[in-house]
Design a protein around this ligand. Structure first.
Ligand code: ATP
Ligand code: MG
Ligand code: MG
Ligand code: MG
Length: 470
């Protein structure tokens, strides 16, 4: 049954409200009081203080739809059917309240009754020795043995260092053999897109101590995450998460702007999907107060933006274009994130400035890179030196992974260690000479321009919201 992203989001949150959960708004992408994380990457991340007991939750049961950024998935965006760097994660959480006995049947009830997914297409995975979860799935819910798969620690055990951790259980939807890799052992957990993982239920039941013991918690927690775009792709019967209603509207604007037809050329499709993904992340990150810079989350934003700009180049978009797509993002997400609308002019300005800045050097950088490539090929080499990669970074504003991505298409690798060495030499030199790092974009000039921009607009009614984010 076709269902829009807005409907799925609303259904999920109201389903868990009906089970006594308190609905909270998405937290910003910038973690609050958490130095261990650059950007919020899951529904549970902003709720960590409630899980560790540092803070008291407003209620023991909470449900959210959380904006997430996952840069580790960046290389897969547009190539798999299911990975984005920006996505929304729906979740229900129990802080020492209910446990598996409720979390599992509720997940099933929501999937089969509220979303009406056909039961025979659903598969589940559990942690190898989690017999408790097996019993609930099998006896209480009634999932047949052959569709419950036991997996190892890497896949189905959640832990980060010491502290709360535990097994998890994932739900998969079988999209049919034609979506798969065709290998005889293709099953849930296979990296192809036949079995689409859509929900992860984490059972935080242990506390790992210094000695490596897993001590059972008196009040175990529940943390779940369902990818909204993935569920929408399943409900709408489309090939991938970029073809679902809201996201598709943005993609259509990218297609129109670049005069590209979808489904004609795989490489162009990947570029289209990359831009569609990245512009969402860019818009939400800037909307939450992040500015492009050379460090931390500002650098993540810069990398994503420059990567999107470069994919635009591949489609023939040579002038700044990303900023024009900000309206499209804000417009399609208006019902869920109305606050974007107030920050629209500001977001567009930040994007445009950064695009212009990158455009000043990208063509020169690409020619330079071509010279390197030709040189390597002539010598029969397949590794670009750290010095050369660093020059591209320092002089032409190429984030390392952009260089890597371009070279990968040519079968060439980058000496990353060498690159990092150059980077620390430069930092050291700057420190020793107390000189400002005045390479083209490795400075605060952008910040200055933005400040100038915001004062220029003093008197305009919108300034309030602008200066707040600055
Ligand atoms: P996969 O194995 O497919 O990469 P995952 O196991 O890394 O997914 P989890 O960390 O379990 O994902 O996150 C919980 C849910 O969030 C997933 O079941 C999925 O629905 C969604 N999700 C995770 N990563 C992404 C992504 N990059 N893009 C869109 N949705 C995602
Ligand atoms: Mg993953
Ligand atoms: Mg997984
Ligand atoms: Mg998972």
């Amino acid at each position: 049954e076709w269902m829009s992203m807005d409907e799925i989001r609303e259904k999920f949150l109201s389903f868990f409200e009906s089970k006594g959960h308190l609905r909270l708004k998405s937290f910003p992408l910038i973690p609050h009081n958490d130095k261990s994380l650059l950007l919020i990457n899951s529904g549970m991340a902003p709720l960590k203080p409630y899980f560790t007991g540092k803070e008291v939750p407003p209620r023991k049961r909470v449900t959210t739809c959380q904006k997430c950024i996952r840069t580790p998935d960046i290389e897969r965006v547009g190539k798999t059917a299911r990975h984005a760097t920006f996505f929304e994660m729906l979740g229900n959480f129990s802080f020492g309240d209910y446990f598996k006995e409720s979390a599992i049947p509720w997940a099933w009830e929501f999937a089969t009754q509220w979303l009406k997914l056909p039961e025979d297409k659903l598969w589940v995975t559990i942690y190898q020795n989690d017999d408790e979860a097996f019993e609930i799935w099998n006896k209480v819910v009634g999932v047949p043995d052959e569709r419950i798969i036991r997996m190892g620690k890497e896949d189905n055990f959640w832990e980060i260092g010491l502290g709360p951790c535990g097994p998890c259980s994932e739900l998969y939807f079988d999209r049919g053999v034609e979506k798969g890799c065709g290998k005889p052992d293709c099953a849930p957990g296979c990296d192809c897109d036949r079995f689409m993982e859509f929900w992860n239920l984490v059972f935080t039941q242990f506390d790992k101590d210094e000695a490596g013991n897993y001590n059972r918690l008196a009040n175990p927690n529940i943390d779940t995450g369902m990818g909204l775009e993935r569920m929408a792709a399943i409900m709408q019967g489309v090939d991938n998460i970029f073809e679902v209603d809201v996201v598709k509207r943005i993609m259509d604007d990218v297609l129109k702007m670049s005069g590209t037809k979808y489904n004609e050329d795989r490489k162009r499709d990947v570029s289209i999907r990359v831009i569609t993904d990245h512009i969402r992340g860019i818009t939400f990150m800037i909307g939450d107060g992040i500015l492009p810079s050379n460090e931390g989350r500002g650098y993540v934003l810069r990398r994503i933006l420059r990567r999107a700009a470069r994919h635009g180049k591949l489609l023939g978009l040579n002038e700044p274009f990303l900023y024009k797509l900000v309206d499209s993002v804000a417009g399609t997400y208006i019902s869920a994130y109305p606050e974007l609308t107030d920050r629209l002019d500001y977001i567009k300005e930040v994007v445009k400035l950064e695009e212009e800045r990158f455009n000043e050097t990208i063509d020169q950088g690409i020619s330079k890179l071509q010279v390197y490539i030709d040189g390597l090929k002539a010598e029969g080499k397949a590794v670009l030196s750290g010095e050369d990669a660093f020059k591209l970074y320092d002089t032409y504003g190429f984030p390392l992974d952009l260089t890597k991505e371009i070279l990968e298409e040519q079968g060439i690798e980058v000496d990353e260690e060498g690159f990092n060495r150059e980077m620390s030499i430069q930092k050291e030199r700057a420190r020793a000479n107390k000189i400002e790092d005045n390479s083209l974009w490795a400075n605060d000039a952008l910040m200055e321009e933005l400040r100038a921009y915001s004062t220029e607009f003093v008197g305009y009614e919108r300034l309030e919201s602008k200066s707040k984010v600055l």
